[in-house]
Design a protein around this ligand. Sequence first.
Ligand SMILES: Cc1ncc(C[n+]2csc(CCOP(=O)(O)OP(=O)(O)O)c2C)c(N)n1
Ligand SMILES: [Mg+2]
Length: 348
Amino acid sequence: MAIAREAEPVSSLREIREAGLDREDLFGIYRSMLLTRGVEERGHILYRQGKIPGSFYTGRGNEAGSVGVATAMGPDDVGCPLHRDMGVHITRGVEPWRIFAQYMGREDGPTRGRDGNVHMADSQLGLLAMVSHLPAMLPVAVGCALAFRIREEKRVALGWFGEGASARGDTHEGMNFAGVRRLPVVFICDNNQWAYSTPTHLEYGCETLADRAQAYGFEGVVVDGTDVLAVYREARRAIEKAREGGGPTLIESMTLRMEGHAVHDDAFYVPKELFEEWAKRDPIERFRTWLRANAEMTDEEEDEIGAGVKRTLNQSMEKADASPLPDPSTVTERVYASVEDLDTPHHK
Ligand SMILES: Cc1ncc(C[n+]2csc(CCOP(=O)(O)OP(=O)(O)O)c2C)c(N)n1
Ligand SMILES: [Mg+2]
């Protein structure tokens, strides 16, 4: 028997209204999920065209997890999204053309052509760029939460990590410290069942990773990461609890990594049946069906959202392609943040 609570699916429009979302918000979530997938699909095309230097990582299958959590964040909250969390950047408002520019190493990408394609974030939007995935950003999120506590700000930090990263020491150190101090931090485990080619039974011996939360003195929740509304509801509950002084929560979001670790990996080691099974639970198709059944989304509304996303993607790719490569003579500039860079609403 798992110790952690298993989140129920969201059943009705009324329930999600009570959790703070109106019909327009729901359409916005759908749009963000389509944009997230669209950006990554277009990225694949750019990669095949030889326009992306280095490798290329995506979070296909994690659109509900990433968009659902980011929708629940407050404007002053901060987060450290990883390579599976494109939906966080999109939901916080990073413009897709800047993401394409980032992919192609151009001057207008968030890191101005100075780092890998998913090592990016816009600090103006309360996001911190990942340093490494395993899981260097968890202690950073905990540090942000400690700063909020010291400054008596009602803000919450969010730290993402993979289930593979849960085996590393910094996960333990971050969670232990957060539990001891009851810091305003929410840990999101994107459990996509694989750490590169390692399956979960070789990663951890407990039933669910959320079970570990109890040992750190806080709550653990397992949520279906293909159900955007359930993810949103659980993230919102955890974030508001943290904001009110109730301490951390560990949310384990269950998905399947629907592609290889990155483009160089064809995931031959993942059983075909597993892909087939999870393809039936595609998060976007699932939410589309829910919107049709529960929010009366019409054909016209659906087409309008879809067409708008396509238009945005086309225009964004063009705009990004017009962005120059960085001038080599500036290579040492903007590697470290300046005082001006840190003068954002998120560095008060
Ligand atoms: C210390 C260290 N070891 C190995 C790697 C290479 N690496 C990056 S991500 C990854 C797998 C991570 O798996 P998981 O935490 O489950 O995240 P996922 O990629 O599945 O989202 C590995 C082995 C690394 N970046 N850093
Ligand atoms: Mg994983």
